[in-house]
Design a protein around this ligand. Structure first.
Ligand SMILES: [Zn+2]
Length: 480
């Protein structure tokens, strides 16, 4: 037991990285022990102390007496990856880290772009540093500031300041602070940081790649970047992503993701290989552009997709079993709706089974129709397209539209939502156009983005005027 080393072990602060803690430990240890602590921690095995995936957690646990789970879950960015990795791979990653063998980790995280994960910089927020000095007496490195792609402090809304890593050196953020270095973070970098922090804090929610791709498809359908058959316009999406993330493109990890796309692998791979594991940042760049927050994405998923995903996740065996349940229910003379409820299959599918098996279903036509009508209405209330409802339920589009027209409140809700979606994309496109600094007058913006400007002028004037540059005085306008 290294009792003499333990006595110099500093308190581990909230959100502090292991690198930061080890650095303070080494800095505070008097000379005679220094050599030993370095050998114990970094060892002759040449461990990289500032790595995203530290290989010295077993040594740290032994030296400090602090539980390895706590070190890993609260003081590294590793839990952030959990949402995007299948459970068995994540367990492999954890066991590799606990055994100190981190060389093969990338394989299980399916991370091919190595640079994306081990960037050459450490980041700090000058205001957080100031608070740390006031409260703890020392400025330290925060886990939330080292997450891939993150370049803003969510707490203070400031741009993080980079410090270039130096191999095998142990450094803390500057302890003397110059207030002139405060830079307000761009709204885009803040949004990205918020989504990423949410995923670090809520890593228990495992996100399935195929489900995510479906969520994106439906959201893109709503904003006109996917067709009715849900095929995504990859070129337009890529351009929209590039434009949207332009303010943070100087970030190493983000630039790397876009560079992977020379052959257009981003974002198309997310859709074409949705079953594969992708780097979380690829998903986050799409999520943070399409949604205000992770909470909004989860609400969207729940309101629109529950029904669909339930059907999709059935295995073939289960599907056979469910078909038999539906068939038996129908043979007993029950309605399509009941057979659908008993079997978890869609009414359309049940109808198909009935037709194939020569079961008369028009015996209680009125009643069946009422059941189906209710279900169609439920789907329409969930903003599903009339065409996809018609296909799902085995009806004509005309029949679905007729049911819709009999429910003016649903019609109104759908129109409202369509307007809202249109407004969302018009606003986004205008803001993107306004990033061009040469467009510094209302007139210039109107000229450059006339379609969006004119639409917003007609339907969303208040918002438009709030976001445009101030009106130029008459005398100045006349001169130009
Ligand atoms: Zn801060």
């Amino acid at each position: 037991m290294n009792k003499d080393l333990v006595q110099y072990c500093p308190a581990l602060f909230e959100d502090e990285t292991l690198y930061s803690w080890v650095s303070r430990w080494v800095i505070d240890t008097p000379k005679p022990y220094l050599g030993r602590i370095l050998t114990e921690l970094l060892g002759s095995r040449g461990k990289q102390v500032d790595s995203t995936f530290p290989s010295f957690i077993p040594e740290l646990e032994k030296l400090s007496g602090i539980n390895a789970h706590k070190l890993l879950n609260e003081h590294t960015v590793i839990p952030f990856f959990r949402s995007f990795v299948c459970e068995s791979n994540y367990h492999k990653v954890i066991s590799l880290i606990y055994s100190g063998d981190t060389k093969r980790i990338h394989k299980y995280l399916s991370i091919t772009a190595n640079r994306v994960n081990d960037t050459s910089e450490l980041l700090y927020c000058p205001k957080c540093s100031k608070c740390d000095i006031e409260n703890k007496g020392v400025a330290y490195w925060h886990v939330t500031h080292q997450l891939p792609g993150v370049s803003a402090c969510v707490k203070h809304g400031l741009k993080l300041i980079p410090y270039v890593k130096q191999r095998r050196s142990l450094r803390l953020p500057p302890q003397e602070l110059n207030s002139s270095v405060l830079t307000i973070a761009s709204p885009e970098s803040l949004k990205l940081a918020k989504v990423t922090e949410y995923l670090l804090a809520n890593s228990f929610h495992q996100l399935d790649g195929e489900r995510l791709a479906d969520i994106y498809r439906y959201k893109l359908l709503n904003i006109g970047l996917a067709s009715e058959s849900l095929s995504v316009n990859q070129t337009e999406l890529r351009t929209l992503l590039e434009d949207f993330w332009a303010p943070v493109m100087d970030d190493e990890a983000i630039a790397d993701i876009f560079e992977l796309g020379k052959s257009r692998t981003f974002p198309s791979s997310i859709f074409y290989h949705s079953e594969s594991q992708h780097h979380p940042l690829k998903h986050i760049l799409i999520i943070a552009m399409l949604f205000e927050s992770m909470e909004e994405l989860l609400m969207f998923e729940q309101s629109v997709f529950d029904y669909r995903t339930k059907l999709k996740t059935l295995t073939e065996q289960e599907l056979d079993d469910n078909e038999n349940v539906a068939l038996n229910t129908l043979r007993k003379g029950h309605s399509l709706r009941e057979a659908s409820r008993n079997s978890s299959l869609s009414v359309g599918k049940v109808k198909q089974i009935a037709v194939i098996n020569n079961i008369k279903i028009n015996r209680r036509e009125q009643c069946i129709f009422e059941d189906e009508r209710v279900l169609i209405l439920e789907k329409l209330k969930r903003h599903e397209k009339t065409k996809s409802v018609a296909i799902d339920m085995g009806f004509s589009v005309g029949a679905v539209e007729q049911i819709l027209s009999q429910n003016p409140d649903v019609v109104e809700a759908r129109l409202k939502r369509r307007y809202w979606m249109k407004r969302y994309i018009r606003r986004a496109k205008l803001l993107i156009a306004m990033r061009n600094e040469s467009l510094n007058t209302r007139h210039a913006i109107q000229k450059a983005a006339s379609v969006h400007y004119n639409w917003l002028f007609r339907f969303d004037k208040q918002w438009l005027y709030r976001h445009l540059p101030a009106k130029q005085p008459w005398n100045k306008r006349n001169k130009s």
